[in-house]
Design a protein around this ligand. Structure first.
Ligand SMILES: Nc1nc2c(ncn2[C@@H]2O[C@H](COP(=O)(O)OP(=O)(O)OP(=O)(O)O)[C@@H](O)[C@H]2O)c(=O)[nH]1
Length: 201
């Protein structure tokens, strides 16, 4: 059995790493065997943050450096990430799930299906309630759209329910879930969705 490979993309600072931290805690509590690959431009910043968090043995967290363009290594030439996932699987045959976090950029990032089986796109309310309307490929094409930072919607003048409704409308019925990685709300729904759609458990 091979591990499911899932992508987690989204704009800079939308909360991709924060979501991974929350998911790691949930997966640990239900006994799902996980590893993570991070993609940063020229550092290992996100991998180091996850290793410091101590939720996974450090050797289950690999960092890929994307260089100038974060899209390239998850879409046009995902070989570095594929090799990293192969390494993890060879070393930890019990893995059920490998989460691949893209470098943050704009609304245009998508994952190659040579690299992942399924991918989600994380946006947040602070990026503006017009983000769904802009119909970026990540918003439209991802298997799951996550709208994060629901906790600060009132502080940035966003009508959260309207933003969610718009997100669902532009996605033509494909799923969209609301989260606050700060408060922990919506995380259980994301885990449930992943169990059903990706892990088939
Ligand atoms: N209020 C609030 N802040 C959040 C939430 N999720 C993440 N943050 C904060 O938003 C900032 C960015 O979060 P990250 O998890 O680093 O975002 P990222 O998408 O991984 O960022 P890059 O890797 O730089 O693209 C941090 O200061 C987080 O603490 C949330 O749900 N609510």
């Amino acid at each position: 059995m091979t591990a499911a490979r899932i992508g987690i993309g989204g704009p800079v600072g939308s909360g991709k790493t924060a979501l991974i931290e929350r998911l790691l805690a949930e997966f640990a509590s239900i006994g799902i065997e996980v590893a993570v690959i991070t993609n940063d431009l020229v550092t290992d910043e996100d991998a180091e943050r996850l290793r410091r968090g101590g939720q996974l043995p450090p050797e289950r967290i690999l960092a890929v450096q994307a260089g100038a363009c974060p899209h390239t290594v998850i879409r046009e030439d995902p070989t570095l990430n594929m090799a990293a996932a192969d390494r993890l699987e060879a070393r930890f045959p019990q893995l059920q799930l490998i989460m691949i976090e893209s470098g943050g950029d704009n609304l245009a990032s998508t994952f190659s299906l040579d690299l992942v089986d399924w991918w989600m796109f994380v946006i947040d309310v602070a990026g503006g309630d017009d983000i769904p309307r802009k119909r970026g490929p990540g918003v439209l094409q991802s298997d799951l759209l996550v709208v994060n930072k629901s906790d600060i919607a009132p502080h940035v003048g966003v009508d959260f329910d309207a933003m969610m409704a718009e997100a669902r409308a532009v996605r033509n019925g494909r799923p969209a879930l609301a989260t606050s990685c700060r408060q922990g709300s919506g995380i259980a729904e994301v885990v449930e969705h992943l169990r059903r759609e990706v892990l088939f458990s």
